[in-house]
Design a protein around this ligand. Structure first.
Ligand SMILES: Cc1ncc(C[n+]2csc(CCOP(=O)(O)OP(=O)(O)O)c2C)c(N)n1
Ligand SMILES: [Mg+2]
Length: 274
């Protein structure tokens, strides 16, 4: 017997859970303004989240997906992007949307059921929230392919949850992104749960990052609670993608702190959110 191929999945982080620096920081993280920008965005995301959850629980917002405890994933990914890149988000990426110039008003409009909240004044090319789990991964590869076709030096960031990685459309998207060397970075927001389904019950894979291996694209894990690690990995993957290096997948390990709420009563418009 001989070995046809060997694979491994790397994990990286710069900050320990207590906030101590574990290894030499990347250049951007040694700049005070950059670190402050990340911190401010995470604090704003959490404040906004608290407010939006309160609005939803009191029946004044139709539905809302909380990003509590997962701020670093969206903020790190959003901050790593350039203006010409395109964000194709799932439903917990408020921090990335805000960093991209989407207004809090627009985000609230969307969750209030007003479609004008998906027509972003500042980022006309960014996609609206995809409530349909994983379906937007195929759209993201389409956008990335269009960028290549037009010879644009831009790339796409597509974010989805751990649950989405069990879906056929996500596998298909990763596969064709590998075959076409599409400039797309898949960011898996692994919060360990798909509603009530734990991560371990929905996939026997040791890591979600290894799903990239079958697609022939790069894959890695980062600490999703370390905004520096997320930003560093997404920025590097975007840079490679813009330069023709193809697609990449980054599994961000985090945890969903938000509870799944009951429908609010008596507001007739309120529906059960994620
Ligand atoms: C195609 C589809 N099936 C089912 C649902 C209902 N649903 C909403 S959120 C969710 C779980 C998603 O889990 P994950 O991808 O891990 O994202 P998370 O909510 O944890 O961020 C499901 C099944 C949906 N929105 N779309
Ligand atoms: Mg999840």
């Amino acid at each position: 017997m001989s070995i046809s191929a060997r694979f491994e999945v790397a994990f990286s982080r710069f900050l320990a859970p207590e906030g101590n620096v574990e290894q030499e920081l990347p250049a951007f993280a040694r700049e005070r303004d950059a670190v402050l920008r990340l911190y401010r965005a995470m604090v704003l995301t959490r404040s906004f989240d608290t407010r939006a959850v309160a609005l939803q629980r009191t029946g004044r917002l139709g539905t809302y997906a909380s990003s509590l405890g997962q701020e670093a994933v969206a903020v790190g990914a959003g901050d790593a992007m350039q203006a010409g890149d395109v964000l194709v988000p799932s439903f917990r990426e408020h921090g990335a949307q805000w960093l991209r110039g989407v207004t809090l008003r627009e985000i609230l409009q969307f969750w209030g059921g007003d479609e004008r909240g998906s027509c972003f004044a500042a980022q006309a090319r960014d996609f609206p929230v995809s409530i349909t789990v994983g379906a937007h991964a195929t759209h993201a590869v389409g956008v990335a392919h269009a960028m290549r076709y037009r010879r644009e030096a831009n790339a796409v960031v597509c974010v989805f949850g751990d649950g989405a990685t069990s879906k056929g459309d996500v596998y298909e998207a990763m596969n064709i992104a590998g075959a076409w060397r599409s400039p797309v970075v898949f960011v898996v927001n692994n919060n360990q749960w798909a509603i009530s389904m734990p991560r371990t019950a929905q996939s026997a894979a040791a890591t979600l990052a290894q799903k990239a291996i079958a697609a022939g694209i790069g894959g890695e894990q980062v600490d999703g609670n370390d905004v520096i690690a997320v930003r560093h990995a997404v920025a590097a993957a975007l840079q490679r993608a813009r330069a023709g290096g193809g697609a990449h997948l980054i599994e961000c390990l985090s945890y969903r702190l938000a509870t799944t709420p009951r429908p609010t009563t008596p507001a007739a418009t309120a529906t059960t959110p994620k």
